[in-house]
Write a protein that binds this ligand. Sequence first.
Ligand code: PMP
Length: 354
Amino acid sequence: MSMENLWENNVRKVIPYTPGEQPKDSDIIKLNTNENPYAPSPKVKAILDNYDISKMRLYPDPDATVLVEAIAERYNVKPSQVFVGVGSDDVLSIAFLTFFNSENPVLFPDITYSFYDVWADVYRIPYVQKPLKEDFRIDPEDYKCENGGIIFPNPNAPTGCEESLAMIEEIVKANPSSVVIIDEAYVDFGAESALKLIDKYKNLLVIQTYSKSRSMAGMRIGYAIGSEKLIKYMNDVKFSINSYTMTPLTLLCGAEAIRDEEYFQETLGKIIDVREYSKARLTELGFTFPDSKSNFIFASHSTKPASEIFTALKERKIFVRYWNKPRINNYLRISIGTREEMEKLFEALEEILK
Ligand code: PMP
């Protein structure tokens, strides 16, 4: 290396996470990043309409009190059991930094949210990826060895598979010296939440997000719920990096949105209905998939390679997600859109598969 580039030896180098594409065109059908096809609660609109911009002069509340209290009320926990951040990515990142601080490896599945290994790399956390079983399910025995922490999503991404609460409890119980994190980004679409176990296990952290079930991916709100001790440790790390993470407007919109339970249940119901309909249509078209409890379906076609379907859909301005990675390179992850969007997808698929 030449003298003038020697400084590069001291750079923290990392291979970054690749987020799903956000195409600029407006006339596309976007089923590639598991966004909610419906707008957030109309009550959020009222907050925006009445917002006094002079408040922007001031720093936001570093404790995010209005939002923390609204989330605590919704889940019937103490505000001191809630941590909020800029999307669950921020919450997960702080959790990795706070709790995964051992010489022993952190454990997570080989097929899972592809940000976990990136956070582990950037924070220099050792990790081991445990292969999912042939049917994409977790083997709890894999998580009963010495480790520096455990994390997986439930339902898992990108497979959509739900693991039982009994199995999650079995893993938490077997690991009293580690923090176990359940990433529940998709739990509202029909899986059982591990929140039921947080009083019993002080080392269990549950992370959720407004990005999918609450239609607010653009507002960037995520949260963790767990024992007061876990939350205190996360806040200590957060306040050592950046105290003012959430804008005042975000806090207000987030608090208002979570109070509108009726609207939440109504949109969830619609997405679940369209998901179940989509399972039937995809099956008719020759696709197979693990049963999904999320707002996406991870589907593989019996004859046509996923990469070809992906490209053919893109030519028709329909975006789904495809990974050219071992074990999953013949699958497409299809987010559940509106019924109308899904009909256009099925029409396109009929044509492509003809
Ligand atoms: N966890 C999982 C499993 C996800 O799929 C996503 C979405 N990319 C996230 C967390 C992060 O979502 P957000 O930061 O929007 O809350």
